[in-house]
Design a protein around this ligand. Structure first.
Ligand code: ADP
Ligand code: ZN
Length: 220
């Protein structure tokens, strides 16, 4: 395996995107850039920006494109992403963000954008049982909890239900995905960058499918 890859994962909330991005980040030895985790970190730090971000997140709304593009642009400027690559999780979420991403990453561009496909019913059930580490953002669920009593396996942090995982906020985020982010699938298809991967079944099988798809795209 040759390290390095420039990847984007799309998928509805609850498709297992976060978990799979973390695995791909280890597999290809590239940073996992999750805009949701970055925003939650800012909220925890209690900065003025964090407080502003929290308002949007609580309301189940997207942050403005220019703010998100600025954050991701800055992160993609750093040495680790420039030399090894990245796996982007939660960005882009709108066509304007996608356009900005292709500009930021040019001329090298990205290897592939993957739509991790999971039926809506499966997604709803997963979201209700989702739990997340307060400190490092590792995802768990009621069915696949940490080894010890809701203490994170990775960092020892508290594993909790995200406070934006309320029923109302979930419904709103799914509707938002359909309206703002789903159109990206066709948009990236038009650029010849999109592959669809089945996100159902055991997480290990999903990772295998992802790696096979990605390696096909990374071949010289
Ligand atoms: P989810 O797991 O619900 O898909 P994330 O953890 O990726 O959500 O992000 C949580 C929230 O942070 C989103 O609901 C949104 O308010 C905000 N957010 C994250 N990424 C973006 C983005 N690329 N553009 C706008 N808002 C974003
Ligand atoms: Zn943790």
């Amino acid at each position: 395996m040759i390290p390095g890859a420039r990847l984007v994962l799309l998928g509805r909330q609850g498709a297992g995107k976060g978990t799979q991005c973390a695995r791909l980040s280890r597999h290809y030895v590239v940073p996992h850039i999750s805009t949701g985790d970055m925003l939650r970190a800012a909220v925890r730090e209690g900065t003025e920006f964090g407080r502003k971000a929290e308002e949007y997140m609580h309301a189940g709304e997207l942050l403005p494109d220019d703010i998100m593009v600025g954050i991701v642009d800055e992160r993609l400027e750093s040495d680790d992403t420039r030399t090894r690559g990245f796996v982007l999780d939660g960005f882009p979420r709108t066509v304007a963000q996608a356009e900005a991403l292709l500009e930021i990453t040019s001329p090298r561009g990205i290897n592939v954008v993957i739509d991790l496909e999971v039926p809506r019913e499966v997604v709803l059930a997963r979201l209700a049982s989702r739990r997340v580490c307060n400190d490092c953002g590792t995802n768990y669920s009621v069915d696949l909890p940490p080894k010890y009593d809701m203490v994170c396996d990775v960092c020892g942090g508290d594993v909790v239900q995200r406070d934006d995982d309320t029923e109302k906020a979930i419904a709103q985020r799914l509707a938002l995905y359909d309206r703002e982010t789903e159109p990206l699938i066709e948009w990236f298809q038009g650029k010849g960058l999109l592959d669809v991967v089945d996100g159902t079944g055991h997480p290990d099988d999903v990772t295998d499918r992802l790696v096979r798809t990605i390696d096909r795209r990374r071949e010289p």
